[in-house]
Design a protein around this ligand. Structure first.
Ligand code: TXA
Ligand code: MG
Length: 342
């Protein structure tokens, strides 16, 4: 199959493919999604196939308005209305009790709940309206790989497997949406940290819980996708929790064991050590967590094109979007942190 790349002026053509049951990747403010008609069973099955995604991992449904949610779910609690008014369009996914028979069965992977969000991207909102159906949209990467933040990343993973990609340049947030379970409206619970922080949610609706697995690795996550290995480049990743002095020690240590080190860190660290390593990718200015979040996946992907055999990646404080950044980086690293040898 030829994979076409569509520009903004070609949204109608992209929508026509969706209506025919084809797969078209779409841009969002977080990462690129793999779009298909959420009411078309075969199209949704093809999404799992193209990604190589386990069939027990349900998909997010993307809508173009708040109003249509009422057609798809059993009830819309007050807290959901408040959240939608406040954060949509935007990087917040809500879990509702699903109405039976609305979506293709495979969308919810057998659960009685459904994940819905309204992305903040004009081209994609137009694509959904033009297609006339809500779109499923897992991240448009091969399962297990870092999520795509450019159309090129999507092309790299899925060319020949999908009909098209709607190109809108680099995504802004760079990490996936926050997944919030509001099926118990008394206790909204974060299942996946993301573009909207716990603090931002609490400013609007009061206390928010966090799924136990995010605090203790003993617990099974409530979002099925959170239990899988994820975001992993081919090279091992090791997290460095410290400044350029600590990076310097790590570079020296791994260099002496014959590793070709790739450095994924802020400008200051990169500048100080770029001549001593095999490859570098800058996360941006020092202490800029938004830039680091936007560039993390591109960075992890970049090293696959270099001779680096190991990636040293910078830790950031776990606050605001830093919580999501560290959640993804720890998964990419299999939780490995650099420990200084004496
Ligand atoms: O930012 C995003 O959310 C991106 C863009 C494309 O919108 N999409 C995305 O989709 O990250 P995906 O499929 O890669 O991740 C969806 C997550 C998975 O962890 C999945 O298990 C969880 O949401 N999820 C989906 N439906 C659920 C449900 N009914 N209950 C609990 N978790 C659910
Ligand atoms: Mg994903």
């Amino acid at each position: 199959m030829e994979t076409r790349v569509f520009q903004q002026s070609e949204i109608k053509e992209a929508a026509a493919l969706i209506k025919k049951g084809e797969l078209v990747s779409f841009p969002t403010e977080t990462v690129y999604g793999l779009g298909a008609d959420a009411m078309n069973d075969q199209a949704v099955k093809n999404v799992y196939q193209a990604k190589g995604r386990p069939s027990d991992n349900p998909l997010i449904v993307h809508v173009a308005s708040i109003g249509e949610v009422y057609d798809y779910v059993k009830n819309v609690p007050k807290v959901a209305e408040t959240l939608m008014e406040h954060f949509w369009p935007g990087p917040l996914t809500l879990i509702f009790e699903v109405k039976e028979g609305v979506f293709a069965d495979t969308v919810t992977a057998g659960l009685n709940s459904v994940a819905i969000r309204m992305p903040k991207n004009e081209a994609t909102l137009e694509l959904i309206k033009e297609a006339g159906v809500p779109l499923v949209g897992p991240s448009a990467n091969t399962s297990g790989k870092p999520s795509p933040t450019t159309a090129m990343h999507v092309y790299h993973d899925l060319k020949g497997k999908i009909a098209g990609i709607l190109d809108d340049g680099e995504t802004g947030v760079g990490l996936e949406s926050t997944v919030l379970d509001i099926t118990d409206p008394q206790q909204p619970t974060i299942l996946r940290p993301g573009g909207i922080s716990k603090g931002e949610l609490e400013d609007v609706i009061g206390q928010v819980s966090v799924d136990k697995h995010l605090v203790s690795s003993e617990e099974t996550p409530k979002a099925p996708g959170m239990k899988y290995k994820h975001y992993s480049p081919n090279e091992p990743v090791i997290i460095v929790e410290g400044n350029k002095e600590l990076f310097q020690k790590a570079v020296k240590q791994y260099g002496s064991t014959g590793e070709k080190v790739g450095l994924l860190a802020d400008d200051e660290v990169v500048e100080a050590l770029k001549d001593k390593v095999a490859a570098v990718f800058s996360l941006g200015e020092i202490d800029d967590i938004h830039s680091a979040s936007r560039r993390l996946y591109a960075g992890l992907r970049y090293f696959e094109t270099t001779e680096a055999s190991l990636i040293l990646a910078q830790a950031y404080p776990e606050a605001g979007i830093g919580t999501a950044y560290m959640n993804r980086l720890k998964k990419a690293a299999g939780n490995q942190f650099y420990k200084e040898h004496n």
